[in-house]
Design a protein around this ligand. Structure first.
Ligand code: NAG
Ligand code: NAG
Ligand code: NAG
Length: 359
């Protein structure tokens, strides 16, 4: 996939410098950690446990099965870990583990706040930052929010090489100073890599997952959870065009996930140029990075917010349109594990949860 890198970098540079008044092309907000566990209602509905560990954020109606015929997240959630209370969607991504090169045991890499939000939400461990983006280029800035029950998957957990990888899924090696701001410039640009960073990252690792921007307009899901949506040709951060098979330009969703690797930055763990991290699904390369999305906005709240970009809403600031909650209430929205087990947050595990093999 071709990347209009210069244009995008310029756009994002503008957005970052204009941060106080905000960017007109996206909504950006923080969601704190709901739970870390092996449950995946999209890929393994009903399974408890599912094959690998995820961090989940969003509405607390999250469950092993999220059948749109029986679950309506806005009515069934009693709280959300996202800052906007009308957003009871669920957003989830695979955990990263450190594998000790000394004895082969595993410990989960903690997640940290994305400093872009001034630490107002995510001062505790975990969470992620969600973006909903309108076209970055083209004249039609209008997006259509998908219907309740919509869900999708980005990335492919079976990938272990660059071949066929998703240009819109990447890792950034953060400098110590990036711990506050999360790093600036276009996502998945020059210095970002599809693979895990190959050197010690003083400020941790930022994962970026950009979802498709085009929908077939009919199916809430598809057997592979991907084919009802499509990336617009030629770009990862999309413009206003969509292919005829997937004509509906939906808001483009992006996650930023901050992994605090600093306790594992001892150069002894990086011998022979081998990086020590593995994804919870057994991927030691990083190419299999993926994420899940389950739409759960109340009523037309997201449509109203997207339509207000450039007038009443810009990046972090959309409180004229959306209801915001205090950061401590978002942080306070957590959930007990449905799949009860030690996921290696403080102890060393002999194997990855689920005895997932590293291959
Ligand atoms: C999850 O689903 C089970 C079985 O359908 C149900 O008993 C339980 O109340 C649900 N939990 C939550 C938190 O919604
Ligand atoms: C395994 O190695 C890690 C560091 O690489 C160490 O902290 C841990 O204590 C070790 N565990 C055992 C059982 O030796
Ligand atoms: C972040 O901090 C800056 C500078 O102090 C301030 O202008 C801005 O409003 C803050 N943003 C949020 C979302 O708190």
């Amino acid at each position: 996939m071709l990347w209009p890198t210069i244009t995008l970098a310029a756009l994002f540079a503008q957005d970052v410098s204009a941060q106080v008044q905000g960017s007109a092309d996206f909504l950006r907000f923080g969601c704190s950690q709901l739970v870390v566990e092996r449950i995946d209602p999209l890929v393994s509905p009903g399974a408890n446990p599912s094959p690998h560990t995820h961090q989940i954020v969003g509405g607390n109606s999250f469950n092993t099965t999220m059948d749109p015929n029986t679950i309506d997240p806005p009515t069934q959630s009693t709280c959300t870990s996202c800052i906007y209370t009308e957003d009871t969607s669920n957003y989830w991504t695979a955990s990263i583990y450190f594998r000790s090169p000394e004895n082969g045991t595993f410990k989960r890499v903690p997640q940290m706040a994305n400093g872009r939000l001034n630490g107002t939400l995510l001062e505790q461990e975990g969470g992620l930052t969600v973006y909903y983006m309108r076209p970055f280029s083209g004249s039609n800035k209008k997006t259509t929010v998908p219907k309740p029950g919509f869900r999708m998957l980005a990335g492919d957990p079976t990938l272990r090489s660059k071949a066929g990888n998703f240009a819109n899924i990447c890792h950034r090696c953060l400098q110590a100073s990036d711990r506050v701001m999360g790093g600036s410039g276009a996502p998945c640009s020059a210095s970002d890599t599809a693979a895990f960073p190959s050197k010690v990252c003083p400020g941790g690792i930022r994962g970026t997952i950009i979802f498709p921007s085009c929908w077939d307009g009919k199916n809430l899901d598809s057997p592979d959870h991907r084919s009802h949506v499509a990336y617009a040709a030629g770009s990862a951060l999309a413009g206003d065009k969509c292919p005829s098979t997937h004509p509906v330009r939906i808001p483009q969703v992006m996650y930023e996930i901050m992994f605090d690797t600093t306790q594992f930055n001892n150069p002894d763990y990086w011998k022979n140029g081998k990086q020590p991290f593995v994804y919870s699904f057994g991927d030691p390369t990083g190419y299999g990075a993926h994420a899940d999305y389950l739409f759960g906005w109340q009523g037309d709240a997201l449509q109203r917010a997207m339509d207000a970009l450039g007038t009443k809403c810009a990046s972090e600031d959309c409180t004229k349109v959306l209801k915001i909650q205090d950061g401590k209430n978002a942080i306070g929205c957590t959930k007990a594990q449905l799949a009860k087990e030690d996921v290696g947050s403080s102890t060393w595990l002999q194997t990855l949860p689920g005895e997932v093999a590293v291959i």
